[in-house]
Design a protein around this ligand. Sequence first.
Ligand code: PLP
Length: 356
Amino acid sequence: MAVYSFASGPSALPREVVAELASDVGNYGGSELSALELPFSEGVFSDILAETECDLRALLGVPPNYRVLFLQGGASAQFALLPMNLLGRGRHCEYVLGGHWSRRAAAEASRAADVWVIASGDGRSLPDPKSWRRSSDAAYCHYTTNETADGLQFHTLPDPFDVPLVSDMTADLLTRGLSVERFGLIYASAQKNLGAAGLTLVIVREDLLGRARRDTPAPFDYTRQAEAASKINTPPTFSVLIAHRMLRWLQNNGGVVAAERRSKAKCEKLYEVIDRDDFYCCPASLPHRSRLNVCFRLSSPRLEEMFLDEAKANGFVHLNGHRDVGGIRASLYNGVSEQAVDALVAFMTNFKLRRG
Ligand code: PLP
């Protein structure tokens, strides 16, 4: 029986990428060494890192005045490191609370910074960027482009403003076209669209470097990591290689334009089944529905439990909603195939026929 993962992360990976990595673990590039054994300070890994950065820049169109950092600690570490690195003296930062993850980001930042909440969502929709109460003297303005737990996604960019825009794109980086130059800083954990856990990307405009608090630990200081080509300490070498393989896969499969087309096609198939009648119900408001995390409910907790049990028995795993939200969630990151979505659609249609 085929098993399809719809996990919210770490995500499914394309089978071709997994096969390549299995070979890399056995014998990397004919070196007779495992990819797990490559010293980070020597040529082979340096080449992998340089190629990964080059591919990422090409896929996203990262302008030359941005630095790409390969860090550890996940997006959650960035929640605390943003104010340490970007605040400067005596300034505040602004946060948009669209859902679970932006609330977590703001809570963590508020331990080190004066956080102003400039807009909030209601759990079903996101605050329109035009309604954000932005001020011109903030150090930065933070928002989360896709709220993984709530199944919500911003589909429009905020208008350009003087204050640097900082964004958590953990869930949707590389799933749609992006104007990097509209942002001061973008960060993302890799385990959703870019490979496996362990690697966190930070793409930062150069003029925002040099502002870190003096007590910022060196591995977490953007400026020092930029100066050291992300090698202040051992980078997550294998996670970087996984990102490298994943970026090549994206390139060979039509780049970000095709990734966006696939992402739209996958979620539309699921929303279509959900919207057909009231057996399934999606709490997210239509304009803010996420393409990456399709969240839905059934009429009772008992029926949801039956759905999850039967789905699992049929090979559809990790469909449970976020623990604070409940319900069902199908996450459709870059590595989730259209074939997996078609199979899930067939299962959902059949489940409704039997239990509706
Ligand atoms: N931000 C978003 C949007 C997420 O979905 C997640 C994890 O699911 C995180 C941040 C936290 O990432 P990590 O567990 O890598 O710290």
